[in-house]
Design a protein around this ligand. Structure first.
Ligand SMILES: [Fe+2]
Length: 458
């Protein structure tokens, strides 16, 4: 393989432009706010994206000198504290220092951040254009690993930025002039689809793809007995039945830890929903709203519901079903009667007809509107319109080795508390769409664009 410098420079510029556009959506007073208590204030991410790229490729990869030691350290790493612990409590060494800094007084001014970012961008682009960034046998530069690490890292952060923006008051966001909410539609009827027993491909060998994160490697397979899975994601209409039936007040549907969480946080409905009589009120308000990015909408009943893994699992139990495992998802999405597919719909590159991804929409779209993206078995929206929760705890495949360009990327989360999500959301970049890409979050993290579907044994 030889690196296409023009392609990676253009991807880096595209990333930076999109990140800038995302920050431009915010009013100035939002820059130091912290819409999700478990994450850093917004200013951190403005510095983190260029700092991570610069630190990883230019400083660590190429061994070049730094720009500003203080800012490079300040913006080095995100956090993932447990939602089950008070947010003021430090979780570990790295988090302790970062939490200590998470005060408004401690953050640099916006002009200083912008200036640092511009210089980091300049040096990263120079490295991509002229640097010796592809060196066989080098821990960070073999197959230009650090180049793809920084490109995919920024693309992934754009999604996490957007789910943070989702929680900001509408007054702190500049609504794009062309924005129109996606319209509701008739909900598709529920249908089970049987997937025959077979082998699911999980991981991939390093030399079979241009780039993969360490948790996607090496190649791994699992034998999957036949199972049934829903053709569509659970819609808001279907989830409303669970809410109205008192699902959030019934201990039977929740694990001990999940029940403690919803009791402690007084959770009575999906975070994206708001009752017209105020958050956390009765389970049968006159009307439910959906907190979109720019508008409060009457809950679009045909859209996939966005919920935490704990709520997804409770709903599935109430239905007498369960969440699919990661191998079942792989089999449902990429398996076929003869050979594995690159995407659920086949081997063609992801396109708008196949699903809702790559920032094509601010909102989810009605279930059943992308039949061209169906898998070999006829299962729809497995990639796009919301990540798909699985019942599988995030863990390494046999033979895992932490990657040198970002050693803590996966390894820090093999703690038995994170669950694998697969697929893509409306704001997942197309470059991240591949069968082995894995995402993961805690069961009690309700902010992400994640939906689910039910599965059961046959
Ligand atoms: Fe990051």
């Amino acid at each position: 393989m030889s690196l296409d410098r023009e392609a990676v420079v253009s991807w880096y510029r595209r990333n930076r432009e999109r990140s800038r556009a995302l920050f431009d959506l915010l009013s100035d007073d939002a820059f130091y706010s912290q819409p999700i208590a478990l994450r850093h204030p917004i200013v951190f991410y403005a510095g983190h994206l260029p700092a991570f790229s610069f630190n990883t490729l230019v400083k660590r990869g190429l061994g070049c000198p730094g720009i500003d030691e203080r800012l490079e350290t300040l913006f080095a790493r995100g956090i993932d504290p447990s939602p089950d612990a008070p947010t003021t409590t430090a979780q570990g060494g790295d988090t302790a220092t970062l939490e200590g800094r998470a005060t408004l007084a401690g953050w640099p001014g916006r002009a200083e951040v912008d200036q640092f970012a511009a210089e980091a961008d300049r040096r990263v682009i120079d490295a991509l254009e002229h640097g010796d960034v592809e060196r066989p046998g080098h821990p960070l530069l073999d197959r230009a690993d650090a180049v793809f690490t920084i490109l995919e890292h920024e693309a992934m952060h754009q999604e996490t930025l957007l789910y943070m923006w989702q929680r900001l008051p509408f007054a702190q966001k500049n609504r794009p002039a062309e924005y129109r909410p996606v319209l509701d539609a008739p909900s598709p009827s529920f249908e089970w689809i049987e997937v025959p027993a077979g082998r699911a491909t999980l991981g991939v060998e390093r030399d079979q793809i241009a780039f993969g994160w360490d948790n996607e490697l090496p190649s791994s397979c699992a034998d999957v007995p036949s199972f049934a899975i829903a053709r569509h994601d659970v819609t808001n209409a279907q989830f409303l039945e669970f809410v109205s039936a008192g699902g959030y007040e019934d201990r039977r549907w929740w694990t001990d830890a999940d029940w403690q969480w919803i009791q402690r946080e007084r959770i009575r409905h999906p975070l994206f929903w708001e009752p017209d009589d105020g958050p956390g009120q009765a389970r049968t308000p006159r009307r439910w709203f959906w907190r979109g990015m720019f508008d409060l909408l009457s809950v679009p009943m045909s859209w996939p519901v966005y919920v935490s893994q704990a709520e997804a699992a409770a709903y599935a139990r109430w239905r007498g079903a369960r969440l699919p495992s990661e191998p079942e998802y792989q089999r449902a999405a990429f398996g076929s009667p003869d050979r594995d597919r690159v995407h659920p719909w086949g081997d063609q590159a992801p396109a708008a007809a196949h699903g809702v991804f790559d920032f094509s929409s601010w909102d989810p779209e009605p279930a059943g509107t992308h039949p061209a993206g169906a898998s070999a078995w006829g299962i729809e929206d497995l990639v796009g319109n919301g990540w798909e929760w699985t019942s599988t705890t995030f863990a390494p495949f046999p033979g895992f080795r932490a990657m040198a360009s970002y050693p803590e990327y996966s390894a820090d989360f093999f703690d038995g508390e994170h669950f694998v999500m697969k697929g893509a959301s409306p704001v997942t970049a197309r470059e991240l769409i591949r069968p082995t890409f894995r995402n993961w979050f805690r069961a009690h993290y309700p902010y992400v664009y994640a939906t689910f579907r039910c599965a059961k044994n046959i």
